[in-house]
Design a protein around this ligand. Sequence first.
Ligand code: FAD
Length: 637
Amino acid sequence: MTLDPRIPDGPLDKKWESAKFKNQLVNPANKRKFDVIVVGTGLAGAAAAASLGELGYNVKAFTIHDSPRRAHSIAAQGGINAAKNYQNDGDSVHRLFYDTVKGGDFRSREANVHRLAEVSVNIIDQCVAQGVPFAREYGGLLANRSFGGAQVSRTFYARGQTGQQLLLGAYSALSRQIKAGTVTMYNRHEMLELVVVDGHARGIVTRNLLTGEISSHSAHTVLLCTGGYSNVYFLSTNGRGCNVTAGWRCHRKGAMFANPCYTQIHPTCIPQAGDHQSKLTLMSESLRNDGRVWVPKKKDETRAPKDIPESDRDYYLERIYPAFGNLVPRDIASRAAKAVCDEGYGLGQTGNAVYLDFAEAISRLGRDAVETRYGNLFEMYGRISGDDPYQTPMKIYPAPHYTMGGLWVDYNLMSTVPGLFVLGEANFSDHGANRLGASALMQGLADGYFVIPNTVCDYLAGFLNTTVDHSHAAFSDAVNDAKEKTQKMLDCKGKRTVDDLHRSLGKIMWDRCGMTRDKAGLEQAIKEIPALREEFHATVNIPGSGKDVNQTLERAGRVADFFELGELMCRDALNREESCGGHFRTEHQTEEGAAKRDDDDYMYVAAWDYNGPDTPQTLHKEILEYEVVKPSTRSYK
Ligand SMILES: Cc1cc2nc3c(=O)[nH]c(=O)nc-3n(C[C@H](O)[C@H](O)[C@H](O)COP(=O)(O)OP(=O)(O)OC[C@H]3O[C@@H](n4cnc5c(N)ncnc54)[C@H](O)[C@@H]3O)c2cc1C
């Protein structure tokens, strides 16, 4: 099969305009004849459901949460990028596009990234109109700060709660449509299957998480907005409910999974304290605007940080990368932290921590200014660690955070199953092998507010005055499949808990397919994971029944999918015999220990086609072409 990204012709900066003109439209009176299912109501899903509802489509929106406000998007702290150039510091659409392509280590699709940079400016206008309380300068313009991989300040923020404020904006827009009757909201419903009729996505199967009822829903198209899969590592900065289930079940029905091994390990998280933890906490990258990262120059240093003089400190990011300093991209900052810790300079009992120090910023700006910028993050750190970051540096270490991989989509965000669109973190789209900070919120909202309303019509226009036959056997078959799988897990009555098995998988993934990878480790993982998956299905213990609220049952279904995904991630990482962005193969590094790409052999998107649970997926390649930004060795020095 040839993957066709359907990139519009013409110059890069005119492609989106030309796509909008060439795409078929659905006239306003016809929109209400179409049913649209939106799965997931985080930033991408809420934005899409609200926008399509406002346009007049009949939308049914589903979330596993009790309210769209609970989506993991709410956790986003630091900010959202946009090429407004309010700072007058040299920013432009082209620079945001360039930074993102370079930040992704030349493994993203140019046309998508340019569109993202173009619509970034509209997002801010839309959010301001909704009342999102972005921070402002003394003159009233919106304030900006910097994020990694950029030398300009283009990140809009609302203290350390940007995701929450953006989600409240999207949720308000969604609520308006629910009231208007264009959107029907299904809270506490988990998508378990995609229904495909005659090769087209025509519905989903859900389990009502309160009553256990498994039922099907039909529509002319399905939009998947179900977030990322970092929880495959068990410990991550993601909300505990984040999962791959919806995406994986679509993969099983023919949607190709792209670049699954591209995961982002975020450099500034509160280090793991022990084996019984279920969650890791992010300390936003925005903190690196003012916080300075360092380790003692002496191994096994026992002095308190305040007693270590400047001459005995190694501000290693500022030393190695003078041009970008503490704001190098995440993949680079994470590997640098790992390197100093591996060399024996790490802090504390585990040796897996470095300092993030605000003493200089507090003395320069004053405590109040630092509190205004980062108050809630400092409070969170203090509560978790017991230390006061105004008095003593934070301790941080990298942790799984974001997944650049996801379901493959074309320029219109349609997957390889016609009629199935994928938005936000759930698709592989725009970030290549490494995502720059503050660009996930941008992408989710770009997809939901601005891209999908202009592309889904092109697909739907071909089905005007057609109805979806809900009595088609594909619906009852999918319901029966979901019921059977659920019952099988309940019947197992083994000895191991879901979390115990998930933790074992997470350890394999972190050790073998984490911050660094190598051939031997990946081959080992590809042997270990299927064995553990079998053990899962033979020994998992799920108390209770499927007839009411059963969170263990919910988690079991998601972990079962993580086992299959984890194996594919390792296969993808094994296939990619190069280092790029967050994918670091130790065999492929420069003399200085930097990532060594192989553009001749690997400048492609790896899209994997499902062949059944016990047969490896087939690899398809979308060759990447760079017309405007010529690939070069990334340098932040
Ligand atoms: C701690 C933290 C801080 C971050 N800070 C920033 C930041 O400052 N700037 C930035 O740009 N990015 C940040 N990110 C990344 C960003 O928050 C996410 O990438 C983004 O919010 C994802 O949005 P989404 O809409 O794609 O998915 P989500 O917000 O994860 O929403 C997924 C939705 O899908 C639903 N769902 C999932 N599975 C199912 C299913 N099977 N059936 C039904 N519904 C389902 C959920 O209920 C939810 O509604 C941060 C991430 C983390 C973890």
